[in-house]
Every structure is written in structure tokens, then in C-alpha cells.
Design a binder for this molecule. Sequence first.
Ligand SMILES: [Zn+2]
Length: 249
Amino acid sequence: MRGLIIKEAPMGDKDKRLIMLTREIGKISVIAKGALSPKSKWGAASQLFSYGDYVLSKGQSFYYIKEVQLIESFYALRNNLERLAYAAFMAEVAETLILDGQENQMLMHLLLRGLLTQCKTESGAESLVADAFVWRALSENGFYPELRICRQCGRRMDAFPAVLEPMTFDFASGGIVCGQCKTSGAGVRLTSGGLRALQYITEMPMEKIYSFQAEKEIQKQLDEAAVGYLLHQTQRQYGSLDFIGNLRW
Ligand SMILES: [Zn+2]
């Protein structure tokens, strides 16, 4: 079964418990027996971001690794703290959005492409890759945002976007509210450039969203919209976000 490790934790003092993302059956819990021993043959195969063909046996609560052929280890993430932090955030988001046993090829493809992009990302662009992933992952998993018409008055936003500034992306309704209407709750202010960036990442073919470039101000809006919408919709804490916060200081 082709799988990507998105979480690893020690289990007892010999084994590792992994969360693996698969094409066929979504997210599964896997035990790598003896993986904590330095001589273990599962050393590389049981690391975060290892991607390969795994032969698994099914126990009562877990799967167990029997054989593995590694395809990619995303090594370039491991020798750069910024890349690693944002990649870990992407993995945490994927873990949240994919349900146990539920096939989700699209999200796995989106994550793999994002990790490959993150491996060669220039310094300073790590958050942009992560935000593109988060925004698109939310869009494709039940939280498709309304970015074309105002949620309140129904005005089309693409006709005269500059006239309708400042726009707000409203987290609760998952849509845009024009500058002439009032928003009800938490959201993020957008310029027309910020709105266009969100539309691009939502609507373009997946192959294009990671080659997206943006100036600092647009990046900031995108980051606030992606992270804010994620936190609002998934209602959980992300340990990797705290880590990223610490890196920035
Ligand atoms: Zn309006």
C-alpha cells in the first residue's frame, strides 16, 4: 500500500506508532515494531514524511509494517528548520482533515506536491507554500469559500473589486463580505489583490498553486485568511503553529 508518514511517536521504549496517509483507505494507525532500536530495519521507513510502498498486516487496532520500499524521504525538509516547521504544519492539517479509513487521493496528492515544493522553497517563502496548501485543502474538503459574490448583499466582487474595498473574508460564513456591508464575526481584511490571490489558489488547477508568487502584503493577508479560516472551521490547536510562532521571534 502506498503511504506517507504524517506523524510519528514512540510507543513504549522499542516501538513507534505512526499515522500513515494512504491512497486507498485514508488515514491509518501503524506500528513499526522495534523501530526505536538503532539496528531496526524500519529506521528510515518510520520517520516523519517517509513515502513508500508498505506491506502491512492488520491487527485488531493497528496495522503493522511487514516490508517497505521507500520512494522518497523528503530529506531536504530535515536540514532546514523553517521548511521542517511548515511541512509539519501541513502534515498536521492533513491529519485533521482526513478521516480514518476514508479514501482521499486529492488531499494526499496536494500534500505530496506541497512537500516536494517545500523541499526547494527559497528562504522566506515557506509560509506561502503552507498557506496555499491549507487554503486549497480546506476548499476541497467541505469548506469551499464563496469568493465571487458578497455574502450579505450579493454584489459581484469581480466587477469593481477596488470600489468594494475594504473587503473582509468572514470565517463563520466562509465567504467574502464587501466594504459596504457589515460582517457579523471574526474575519480578515482583504485588498482586491488579496482577494485575487485567494481566488487563484481556490480555482486554479492544483499544479499551479505552488508556483504562486506574491508580495509581502498579499502574503500576510493570505496567511491570516488561511490560518484564521482553518482554526475557525476545525476548532483545534496546532502544535506546529506554536513552533512556527517561536521561530519567528
Ligand atoms: Zn455587500
